[in-house]
Design a protein. Structure first.
Length: 237
């Protein structure tokens, strides 16, 4: 029997290729986005400082991260934007297409299904699944929403690489179990719950409420640190 466990984003997993630290892997898509923006502006070469500013990191960290990929910079010249962009895309697997199933077609699932940016980045949504009979049969784009009972068949027929869970918390674990049993080894979880998966299955958790709470903390700190008189207080009558 596989050992079940929760994996934190910082813990090394199977996706950490060639010994690249997980923190570096997490920043590679940020560098790719910055390089894409530079390329679209017509930039041919960029120094580590220019690329670091575009990515929002310090240049020393960027140079160390890129050193794990190889020697792609030229002293005094910088990085060839197009070549480095390709190398990062190749390293994180974006030179091939990845098939995706979304389970839970509520407001968030529908928004993800309608997002055009996935296809341009190598992710093709091949199936939409929902447990609500009222949603089954509806179409989003070219896809018809299928019942949850069809999940395993859809995974097999479409050779699904990644499962996206946007269900309520109460359903997320059972959906994850079914995805894993069907052969899916990468899951993006938007449900507000930590799911347990066997060894060898990668899970990335996105919790929007936690991100908002972190922002609220920083806003509170700004208010607490503001000079006296800088904060306007409105008192009730």
């Amino acid at each position: 029997m596989s050992q079940l466990r929760d994996r934190s984003p910082a813990e090394p997993g199977p996706g950490s290729a060639r010994g690249i630290p997980e923190a570096t892997v997490a920043r590679l898509p940020v560098y790719l986005r910055a390089l894409t923006a530079l390329s679209e502006r017509g930039t041919v070469t960029a120094s580590s400082e220019e690329l670091a500013v575009a990515a929002g990191v310090n240049s020393a960290k960027l140079r160390k991260d890129l050193s794990y990929l190889g020697s792609y910079g030229t002293r005094g010249v910088g990085y060839d934007v197009a070549y480095l962009r390709y190398q990062i895309a190749r390293q994180i697997g974006l030179t091939q297409e990845w098939t995706v199933v979304i389970v839970g077609i509520g407001n968030l699932g529908q928004a993800l299904a309608n997002y055009a940016g996935f296809s341009s980045r190598g992710f093709r949504i091949v199936a939409l699944v929902d447990a609500d009979p009222a949603r089954v049969g509806d179409t989003l784009g070219s896809l018809r929403i299928r019942p949850i009972d069809d999940l395993e068949e859809l995974v097999k027929d479409n050779q699904v690489s990644i499962g996206v869970i946007t269900t309520p918390a109460a359903s997320a674990q059972s959906v994850a179990d079914r995805l894993v049993a069907s052969g899916v080894t990468s899951i993006l979880n938007f449900a507000p719950i930590v799911i347990s998966v066997p060894q060898g299955v990668d899970v990335r958790k996105v919790d929007l409420s936690i991100e908002l709470q972190i922002l609220a903390y920083h806003e509170q700190r700004k208010t607490a640190d503001a000079p006296a008189g800088a904060v306007k207080v409105v008192e009730s009558a």
